[in-house]
Design a protein around this ligand. Structure first.
Ligand SMILES: *Cc1c(COP(=O)(O)O)cnc(C)c1O
Length: 417
């Protein structure tokens, strides 16, 4: 790929301006790396733990130690980290079905829950498929305020309306596919305190894309349960599959009964040779997340200067790894995704096309030239084909490769004009 000269000049301006931003990103990565290393030392992580178990997986010390390490690092009492969890939606579904019972209310306080949860909740799909609604669990929500803030008065009103039936207060940390702000771990802590002063509900956080962006996780700030995917941040680009749930002892006990069976919980589940990748990924994760944040900040600078609305701005604090750029038309969105694909290490020769993705309402265009299929701690972009034609992108295993792909996408956009 040949980049035009003015693009290279812009890239150099970006890196000069971003030096203090990158330094702050590195500082957070150091704090988090230290916490991971201290936890590995405390739990005596060793070669023997990387051997996999088979069958029932009783006594899999590697699995149990990784669980304990996740719990420590995330400021939780317990955790389950498993290759049997197929993706983030599955991990979230385990959390919801694990805690909710007939007659309960799930109250989402960050607006509509992530698109792929709609069918599990029963907001979409067919009656009788086994959604929460089929089991007599109802769903209600409080939208975010127009400035992106939490509507505390709205939460108070809904807690009064539903009373003790509210079993889960649900918070989505990252913006997902919405044009909204991402919450910091501290902001989530504030919501948790507010809820706990008024209700016995579990405070549950969809933590996808948030891990290691702040110096602590929502569980260290008062949330009862956080949930995420290992082919995003905490897998560090090394985990080949998996998800995690971390939280209070009781919350983890209940969700472990949903993961396997009541009475069996976390005692079964062979790791099948995935322990090494999951440990190594957790070790890399704070650094890899920093690479992704630098890639996002670089992109934010470049596309803002090219005239596209971006969020966050290059010099704003980042509480997740997602960057959005608003293209305003489908051609710009598609050119951007095709550029990201062309600048990726894998499948750089393929041309992304919009498609009807399972679980999503609109057609979606995706770029993912990744070593692990669909991994979005690796540089990847997706955008629903609906106005205002926003690209959501994230990841980048190394800043250098992320920068190359961003410049390739910028060149594709310039060539469109
Ligand atoms: C990725 C993500 C999920 C889960 O998506 P999967 O594709 O099933 O892993 C849920 N919520 C948010 C906010 C996410 O970013």
């Amino acid at each position: 790929m040949d980049f035009s000269n003015d693009l290279l000049i812009l890239a150099s301006e970006a890196e000069t301006a971003l030096a203090p931003v990158f330094a702050e990103i590195d500082r957070i990565a150091s704090v988090n790396t230290e916490r991971v290393l201290r936890s590995f030392a405390a739990h005596r992580v060793s070669e023997a733990l990387f051997a996999g178990s088979t069958g029932y997986g009783y006594g899999d010390n590697g699995r149990d130690t990784l669980d304990a390490s996740y719990a420590d690092v995330f400021g939780a009492e317990a955790a389950i980290v498993r290759p049997h969890i197929v993706n983030g939606t599955h991990a979230l579904t385990i959390g919801l079905f694990g805690l909710l019972r007939p007659g309960d209310v799930m109250l989402s306080v960050t607006g509509k829950a992530y698109d792929t949860l709609a069918e599990a909740i029963g907001l979409a799909g067919k009656n009788g498929d086994g959604s929460l609604a089929d089991f007599g669990v109802s769903y209600d929500e409080v939208a975010l305020l127009t400035d992106g803030g939490i509507d505390f008065a709205g939460i108070d009103a809904k807690l009064k309306e539903h009373g003790a039936k509210v079993k889960i207060v649900f918070i989505q940390r990252s913006k997902g596919y919405a044009n909204r702000k991402t919450l910091s771990a501290d902001e989530i802590g504030e919501v948790a305190r507010f809820v706990k002063a008024r209700s016995g509900a579990f405070v549950v956080v969809d933590n996808c894309y948030g891990e290691f962006c702040d110096e602590k996780e929502p569980t260290a700030c008062g949330a009862d349960l956080i949930i995420g995917s290992l082919i995003k941040n905490p897998g560090g680009g090394m985990a080949e599959i998996g998800g995690y749930l971390a939280g209070t002892k009781r919350a983890i006990e209940l969700v472990s009964y949903r993961l396997t069976s009541v009475g069996i919980g976390a005692e079964c589940g062979a790791s099948l040779g995935q322990n090494r990748n999951m440990f190594r990924g957790f070790f890399y994760a704070p650094h890899t997340v920093a690479q992704a944040k630098k890639t996002a900040a670089f992109a934010s600078f470049i596309f803002e200067k090219m005239g596209y609305p971006v969020e966050p701005l290059w010099n704003e604090a980042r509480h997740d790894i997602i960057q959005t750029v608003v293209f305003g038309d489908p051609d710009g969105l598609c050119a951007f995704c095709r550029g990201i694909q062309a600048g990726s290490p894998v499948d750089s020769y393929v041309t992304p096309e919009p498609w009807d993705m399972p679980g999503y309402d609109d057609k979606v265009i995706m770029a993912a030239g990744t070593f692990v299929q669909g991994s979005s701690i690796e540089l990847s972009a997706d955008g629903p084909l609906r106005p205002p034609y926003t690209a959501f992108f994230q990841g980048g295993l190394t800043y250098e490769s992320g920068k190359y792909a961003i410049l390739t996408a910028a060149q594709f956009l310039r060539d469109l004009k």
